[in-house]
Design a protein around this ligand. Structure first.
Ligand code: ADP
Ligand code: ASP
Ligand code: MG
Length: 462
């Protein structure tokens, strides 16, 4: 059997839904399938905007809910006959009324916690999957709506909850094995042990699909999207990016962690557990072979696999001669940042121990600096640390690939290509696995840096 996941870009409207249902039906005629869907494209963003408006007391959230309602109505009108549409429209109306009530509550208390936001975001997947399951059934393919909250159990870190595999796998098996009709499962959403709604992080439906694949010991997990597979770089920024026919699990994780949103980084975790291959496929070009992500994948002959980037990051530089030979500063720095819920994406410390430099998302930067100033107040007072500097409007670029291991000269080639293009590098980190070199540049240099590196390693090498 296989699990097929269709992302928001593939289910934007009725026409796209019809198209992916054709793909799913064709697959289901030769083997059992489980389908996982995201919300329609843009709906999760609209739900977040609605919650943010309601929290500020701005009535714009009502307009957003009505916009979502009219998009759903349009899809229902296009997919169902008038008689068939009644019960689906009613069900979806009831869900949207519930959403309105929750948002009204947020408006009244002027507060939207991460827990409430997860509940608000859950409506996107819940509405879409109801509509799709109903559409499959009325058009002749028996299907069942499955709310993933009945089977995916997580901790309570709202916004990006951690899955409890031991609790989840048996529940998935119990719920889906022997189900009559094709299961249509909501991606992205889950629940805590106590039944509180959580989400798996943006783009989390990919992860839902691989959890189901692993629990059911599927032959393959297919992530259907709007590009031909994992490309050597983001095709929106690098025109000459090309499809990678096969990549290793580690390379896929590194690329997605560093911004290749075509696949959620955690998607690979359950697949490694059970040795299940993941395929990235294009709904707009189903005949294309796509990308295969598997443990034993053969990389290409180029020295690197691909390039990815994370925008809107800031660099924090802690400088001071007093850190020299004093153990424990780094550990205090990282504990203080963890306590302030700041996620550090990249770290670099020169061997002189004169400075530690860290990169985090821009929206967490001021919080990070405040936490560090409090933690290191004494060191700052006694000038053991001279300065905590914050540089904004930056970008991380990561060059990823198994082939870099043990290949000398990669860094030289990388930084001389950037130097020749006049791109200033603010910080560099290379993991000891030698699978990733990350560096920080000013955000205005993003497109040119990606293209320069792509050309140096992936075009000239071909
Ligand atoms: P979906 O809605 O199907 O989940 P996403 O928008 O989350 O789709 O991911 C697909 C998009 O990821 C592509 O349209 C592409 O613009 C972007 N992308 C970024 N980096 C890469 C990459 N290295 N390879 C392929 N796509 C990438
Ligand atoms: N709908 C969610 C998002 O936009 C999850 C997903 O698309 O995978 O992030
Ligand atoms: Mg996605």
């Amino acid at each position: 059997m296989k699990v097929m996941k269709f992302g928001g870009s593939s289910v934007k409207d009725a026409e796209k839904i019809q198209h992916v249902i054709d793909i799913a039906r064709r697959a289901a005629s030769s083997e059992p399938v489980v389908l996982v869907f995201s919300a329609m494209k843009g709906i999760t963003d609209m739900l977040i905007d609605a919650a943010t408006s309601a929290e500020k007391g701005d009535p714009a959230y009502r307009r957003l809910v009505e916009e979502i309602r009219s998009r759903q109505k349009e899809a229902i009108a296009a997919l169902f006959s008038r008689k068939e549409s009644e019960s689906t429209a009613k069900e979806i109306d009831t869900l949207l009324d519930e959403l309105s009530d929750i948002l009204h509550g947020v408006e009244l208390v002027r507060e939207c916690s991460a827990r409430t936001l997860d509940m608000v975001m859950s409506f996107g997947e819940r509405i879409n999957c109801r509509l799709i399951a109903e559409y499959l059934s009325v058009s002749g393919t028996p299907a069942q709506f499955v709310d993933a909250r009945s089977m995916i159990v997580t901790d309570s870190s709202h916004g990006s909850a951690k899955v409890d595999f031991e609790a989840t796998y048996p529940l998935i098996r119990q719920t889906l094995s022997g189900m009559e009709g094709i299961p249509v499962v909501t991606g992205f959403i889950a629940r805590t042990e106590k039944g509180v709604t959580t989400t798996l992080g943006r783009n989390g439906s990919d992860y839902t699909a691989s959890l189901i694949g692993a629990a059911l010991d599927a032959d393959r997990v297919e992530i259907w999207t709007d590009v031909d597979g994992v490309l050597s770089a983001d095709p929106r920024l690098v025109q000459s990016a090309f499809v990678l026919p096969e990549i290793s699990i580690e390379d896929a994780m590194e690329l997605s962690y560093f911004g290749a949103e075509v696949i959620h980084p955690y998607t690979m975790i359950p697949a490694v557990d059970r040795n299940i291959a993941i395929y990235i496929k294009n709904t707009l070009n189903p005949a294309a072979p796509g990308t295969r992500i598997a443990a034993e994948a053969q990389g290409g002959s180029a020295p690197i696999t691909g390039i990815a980037s994370i925008e809107n990051v800031s660099l924090i530089n802690i400088e001071g001669g007093g850190m020299l030979g004093h153990p424990g500063v780094a550990s205090r720095v990282f504990s203080a940042l963890a306590d302030a819920s700041v996620n550090i994406i990249m770290i670099s410390q020169a061997s002189s121990e004169h400075s530690i430099c860290m990169v985090c998302r821009e929206k967490e930067a001021s919080r990070a600096v405040a936490a560090l100033k409090t933690e290191l107040a004494d060191e700052l007072r006694y000038r053991m640390i001279q300065n905590i500097e914050l540089v904004k409007e930056l970008e991380i670029i990561a060059v990823v690939g198994e082939n870099m291991r043990g290949t000398p000269g990669i860094s030289g080639r990388l930084f001389s290509a950037l130097g020749q293009a006049g791109i200033n590098v603010l910080a560099i980190a290379q993991g000891s696995s030698e699978r990733n070199i990350s560096f920080v540049i000013h955000r205005d240099d993003r497109a040119s840096a990606l293209n320069v590196v792509h050309k140096a390693f992936l075009e000239d090498a071909e």
